[in-house]
Write a protein that binds this ligand. Structure first.
Ligand code: 0O2
Length: 222
Protein backbone atom coordinates (compact mmCIF):
# COMPACT_ATOMS: atom_id res chain seq x y z
CA UNK A 1 0.00 0.00 0.00
CA UNK A 2 1.36 3.42 -0.89
CA UNK A 3 2.13 5.78 2.00
CA UNK A 4 0.76 9.28 2.55
CA UNK A 5 2.87 12.08 0.98
CA UNK A 6 3.66 14.84 3.49
CA UNK A 7 6.52 16.59 1.72
CA UNK A 8 6.64 20.36 2.06
CA UNK A 9 7.97 21.93 -1.16
CA UNK A 10 10.12 24.53 0.65
CA UNK A 11 11.77 21.79 2.74
CA UNK A 12 12.32 19.76 -0.42
CA UNK A 13 13.99 22.73 -2.16
CA UNK A 14 16.29 23.20 0.86
CA UNK A 15 17.21 19.53 0.82
CA UNK A 16 17.86 19.49 -2.94
CA UNK A 17 20.10 22.54 -2.60
CA UNK A 18 22.21 20.65 -0.04
CA UNK A 19 22.30 17.56 -2.26
CA UNK A 20 23.47 19.59 -5.28
CA UNK A 21 26.14 21.25 -3.13
CA UNK A 22 27.33 17.91 -1.75
CA UNK A 23 27.42 16.33 -5.21
CA UNK A 24 29.54 19.14 -6.68
CA UNK A 25 31.88 19.05 -3.70
CA UNK A 26 32.27 15.27 -3.90
CA UNK A 27 32.78 15.27 -7.68
CA UNK A 28 35.47 17.95 -7.44
CA UNK A 29 37.24 16.14 -4.60
CA UNK A 30 37.20 12.78 -6.41
CA UNK A 31 38.38 14.39 -9.62
CA UNK A 32 41.39 15.92 -7.85
CA UNK A 33 42.20 12.66 -6.01
CA UNK A 34 42.15 10.69 -9.27
CA UNK A 35 44.23 13.25 -11.21
CA UNK A 36 46.75 13.34 -8.37
CA UNK A 37 46.97 9.54 -8.51
CA UNK A 38 47.59 9.72 -12.27
CA UNK A 39 50.36 12.29 -11.83
CA UNK A 40 52.06 10.24 -9.12
CA UNK A 41 51.86 6.81 -10.75
CA UNK A 42 51.63 7.71 -14.47
CA UNK A 43 48.57 5.54 -14.66
CA UNK A 44 44.87 6.38 -15.00
CA UNK A 45 42.69 3.65 -13.46
CA UNK A 46 39.37 5.37 -14.28
CA UNK A 47 37.54 5.19 -17.60
CA UNK A 48 34.75 7.57 -16.61
CA UNK A 49 32.72 8.95 -13.73
CA UNK A 50 28.95 9.55 -13.75
CA UNK A 51 26.76 11.20 -11.15
CA UNK A 52 23.16 11.96 -10.43
CA UNK A 53 20.73 13.19 -7.79
CA UNK A 54 17.97 10.60 -7.47
CA UNK A 55 14.72 12.08 -8.71
CA UNK A 56 12.07 12.59 -6.09
CA UNK A 57 9.64 10.08 -7.66
CA UNK A 58 12.27 7.30 -7.45
CA UNK A 59 12.94 8.27 -3.82
CA UNK A 60 9.20 8.11 -3.04
CA UNK A 61 8.96 4.70 -4.78
CA UNK A 62 11.83 3.42 -2.65
CA UNK A 63 10.12 4.63 0.56
CA UNK A 64 6.81 3.09 -0.59
CA UNK A 65 8.49 -0.26 -1.34
CA UNK A 66 9.86 -0.26 2.20
CA UNK A 67 6.63 0.94 3.78
CA UNK A 68 7.99 4.21 5.10
CA UNK A 69 5.84 7.34 5.29
CA UNK A 70 6.76 9.88 2.61
CA UNK A 71 8.52 12.60 4.61
CA UNK A 72 11.67 14.66 4.23
CA UNK A 73 13.09 12.95 7.35
CA UNK A 74 12.52 9.52 5.81
CA UNK A 75 14.21 10.55 2.57
CA UNK A 76 17.22 11.74 4.59
CA UNK A 77 17.31 8.69 6.87
CA UNK A 78 16.26 5.86 4.56
CA UNK A 79 17.20 6.73 0.97
CA UNK A 80 20.95 6.38 1.20
CA UNK A 81 21.63 6.93 -2.49
CA UNK A 82 19.93 10.29 -3.08
CA UNK A 83 23.40 11.38 -4.22
CA UNK A 84 25.07 8.79 -6.41
CA UNK A 85 28.48 8.77 -8.07
CA UNK A 86 29.62 5.87 -10.22
CA UNK A 87 33.31 5.43 -10.95
CA UNK A 88 33.95 3.04 -13.83
CA UNK A 89 37.44 1.52 -13.87
CA UNK A 90 39.39 -0.23 -16.62
CA UNK A 91 40.50 -3.36 -14.76
CA UNK A 92 39.41 -5.37 -11.72
CA UNK A 93 42.47 -4.40 -9.62
CA UNK A 94 41.82 -0.72 -10.41
CA UNK A 95 38.64 -0.92 -8.31
CA UNK A 96 40.74 -1.65 -5.21
CA UNK A 97 43.08 1.25 -6.06
CA UNK A 98 40.14 3.66 -6.17
CA UNK A 99 38.55 2.25 -2.99
CA UNK A 100 41.86 2.75 -1.14
CA UNK A 101 42.25 6.24 -2.56
CA UNK A 102 38.84 7.20 -1.17
CA UNK A 103 39.48 5.44 2.14
CA UNK A 104 42.65 7.51 2.60
CA UNK A 105 40.86 10.79 1.94
CA UNK A 106 40.56 12.89 5.07
CA UNK A 107 37.73 14.87 3.54
CA UNK A 108 35.29 12.00 3.02
CA UNK A 109 34.00 9.86 5.91
CA UNK A 110 33.04 6.30 5.02
CA UNK A 111 30.25 4.89 7.17
CA UNK A 112 29.40 1.70 5.27
CA UNK A 113 31.10 -0.56 2.73
CA UNK A 114 29.33 -3.12 0.55
CA UNK A 115 31.61 -5.44 -1.38
CA UNK A 116 29.38 -6.94 -4.05
CA UNK A 117 32.53 -7.95 -5.98
CA UNK A 118 33.63 -10.64 -3.54
CA UNK A 119 29.99 -11.21 -2.54
CA UNK A 120 27.83 -10.59 -5.64
CA UNK A 121 24.09 -10.16 -5.20
CA UNK A 122 21.76 -13.10 -6.02
CA UNK A 123 20.92 -11.33 -9.30
CA UNK A 124 24.62 -11.50 -10.30
CA UNK A 125 25.13 -7.77 -9.58
CA UNK A 126 28.75 -6.97 -8.89
CA UNK A 127 30.16 -3.61 -7.77
CA UNK A 128 31.85 -2.00 -4.76
CA UNK A 129 29.69 0.47 -2.82
CA UNK A 130 30.86 3.05 -0.32
CA UNK A 131 28.32 5.03 1.70
CA UNK A 132 30.06 8.25 2.63
CA UNK A 133 29.45 11.60 4.31
CA UNK A 134 30.56 14.80 2.61
CA UNK A 135 30.79 18.16 4.40
CA UNK A 136 28.74 20.99 2.91
CA UNK A 137 29.22 24.54 4.16
CA UNK A 138 26.01 26.59 4.46
CA UNK A 139 25.21 29.95 6.01
CA UNK A 140 24.26 28.23 9.31
CA UNK A 141 27.40 26.13 9.42
CA UNK A 142 28.66 22.79 8.17
CA UNK A 143 26.45 19.77 7.52
CA UNK A 144 27.49 16.22 6.65
CA UNK A 145 25.50 14.92 3.69
CA UNK A 146 25.28 11.25 2.74
CA UNK A 147 26.21 9.94 -0.71
CA UNK A 148 26.73 6.57 -2.36
CA UNK A 149 29.82 5.87 -4.47
CA UNK A 150 29.65 2.83 -6.73
CA UNK A 151 32.99 1.59 -8.08
CA UNK A 152 33.03 -1.08 -10.77
CA UNK A 153 34.75 -2.23 -13.97
CA UNK A 154 33.49 -1.47 -17.49
CA UNK A 155 32.37 -5.08 -17.80
CA UNK A 156 30.36 -4.90 -14.55
CA UNK A 157 28.88 -1.62 -15.74
CA UNK A 158 27.84 -3.22 -19.04
CA UNK A 159 26.04 -6.00 -17.14
CA UNK A 160 24.36 -3.60 -14.68
CA UNK A 161 23.06 -1.30 -17.46
CA UNK A 162 21.39 -4.20 -19.25
CA UNK A 163 20.04 -5.56 -15.98
CA UNK A 164 18.60 -2.13 -15.15
CA UNK A 165 16.82 -2.03 -18.54
CA UNK A 166 15.44 -5.55 -18.03
CA UNK A 167 14.16 -4.62 -14.55
CA UNK A 168 12.27 -1.65 -16.03
CA UNK A 169 10.74 -3.83 -18.77
CA UNK A 170 9.25 -6.25 -16.24
CA UNK A 171 7.33 -4.33 -13.65
CA UNK A 172 6.40 -7.59 -11.93
CA UNK A 173 8.75 -10.54 -11.38
CA UNK A 174 11.45 -11.14 -14.03
CA UNK A 175 10.89 -14.56 -15.75
CA UNK A 176 13.10 -17.25 -14.23
CA UNK A 177 14.91 -18.20 -17.46
CA UNK A 178 15.92 -14.56 -18.08
CA UNK A 179 17.13 -14.25 -14.49
CA UNK A 180 19.23 -17.43 -14.81
CA UNK A 181 20.66 -16.26 -18.15
CA UNK A 182 21.65 -12.93 -16.52
CA UNK A 183 23.34 -14.83 -13.66
CA UNK A 184 25.34 -16.81 -16.25
CA UNK A 185 26.29 -13.58 -18.04
CA UNK A 186 27.49 -12.18 -14.68
CA UNK A 187 29.81 -15.21 -14.30
CA UNK A 188 31.10 -14.71 -17.87
CA UNK A 189 31.69 -11.03 -17.10
CA UNK A 190 33.64 -11.97 -13.99
CA UNK A 191 35.83 -14.42 -15.99
CA UNK A 192 36.42 -11.77 -18.64
CA UNK A 193 37.44 -9.22 -15.97
CA UNK A 194 39.95 -11.73 -14.54
CA UNK A 195 41.37 -12.47 -18.01
CA UNK A 196 41.68 -8.79 -18.99
CA UNK A 197 43.38 -7.99 -15.68
CA UNK A 198 45.96 -10.76 -16.27
CA UNK A 199 46.47 -9.62 -19.86
CA UNK A 200 47.05 -6.06 -18.70
CA UNK A 201 49.55 -7.35 -16.12
CA UNK A 202 51.44 -9.23 -18.88
CA UNK A 203 51.49 -6.07 -21.05
CA UNK A 204 52.88 -4.03 -18.11
CA UNK A 205 55.55 -6.68 -17.39
CA UNK A 206 56.51 -6.78 -21.07
CA UNK A 207 56.82 -2.98 -21.28
CA UNK A 208 58.75 -2.71 -18.01
CA UNK A 209 61.10 -5.51 -19.17
CA UNK A 210 61.64 -3.75 -22.48
CA UNK A 211 62.29 -0.43 -20.74
CA UNK A 212 64.86 -2.10 -18.49
CA UNK A 213 66.50 -3.74 -21.53
CA UNK A 214 66.59 -0.40 -23.40
CA UNK A 215 68.21 1.28 -20.37
CA UNK A 216 70.83 -1.48 -20.09
CA UNK A 217 71.59 -1.19 -23.82
CA UNK A 218 72.03 2.57 -23.50
CA UNK A 219 74.37 2.06 -20.56
CA UNK A 220 76.36 -0.52 -22.56
CA UNK A 221 76.83 2.08 -25.31
CA UNK A 222 78.51 4.51 -22.92
P1 0O2 B 1 18.95 3.27 -9.18
O1 0O2 B 1 17.94 3.38 -10.28
O2 0O2 B 1 20.31 2.89 -9.68
O3 0O2 B 1 18.99 4.49 -8.31
P2 0O2 B 1 20.10 1.00 0.68
O4 0O2 B 1 20.24 1.97 -0.49
O5 0O2 B 1 21.41 0.79 1.41
O6 0O2 B 1 18.96 1.35 1.57
P3 0O2 B 1 19.78 -0.93 -1.30
O7 0O2 B 1 19.05 -0.01 -2.23
O8 0O2 B 1 19.37 -2.37 -1.33
O9 0O2 B 1 19.68 -0.40 0.15
O10 0O2 B 1 21.33 -0.77 -1.49
P4 0O2 B 1 22.26 -1.51 -2.49
O11 0O2 B 1 22.00 -2.95 -2.52
O12 0O2 B 1 23.64 -1.09 -2.12
O13 0O2 B 1 21.82 -0.95 -3.93
C1 0O2 B 1 21.82 0.40 -4.23
C2 0O2 B 1 22.03 0.60 -5.71
O14 0O2 B 1 22.91 -0.40 -6.26
C3 0O2 B 1 20.77 0.47 -6.55
O15 0O2 B 1 20.05 1.66 -6.50
C4 0O2 B 1 21.37 0.18 -7.94
O16 0O2 B 1 21.94 1.35 -8.52
C5 0O2 B 1 22.51 -0.74 -7.59
N1 0O2 B 1 22.04 -2.16 -7.59
C6 0O2 B 1 21.87 -2.96 -6.52
N2 0O2 B 1 21.45 -4.19 -6.89
C7 0O2 B 1 21.37 -4.17 -8.24
C8 0O2 B 1 21.01 -5.16 -9.24
O17 0O2 B 1 20.68 -6.31 -8.96
N3 0O2 B 1 21.05 -4.75 -10.56
C9 0O2 B 1 21.41 -3.48 -10.92
N4 0O2 B 1 21.42 -3.17 -12.22
N5 0O2 B 1 21.75 -2.52 -10.00
C10 0O2 B 1 21.73 -2.87 -8.68
P5 0O2 B 1 18.50 1.68 -6.83
O18 0O2 B 1 17.89 2.75 -6.02
O19 0O2 B 1 17.92 0.32 -6.65
O20 0O2 B 1 18.41 2.03 -8.35
Amino acid sequence: MSQENTIDSKQLDDLLLKYHGALRTLETHLDILIKDFELKYHYMPVEHMKSRIKNIDSAINKLNRRNYKITIENIINHVHDMIGIRIVCSFLNDVEKIVNLIKNSRFITIHEEKDYIHNPKKTGYSSYHLLVNVPVYLEDGMEQIEAEIQIRTMAMDFWASLDHKIQYKFEEKIPNDIMIEMQHCALDINNLDQKMMKLNHSVQCFLEGKEKLDKDENNNCK
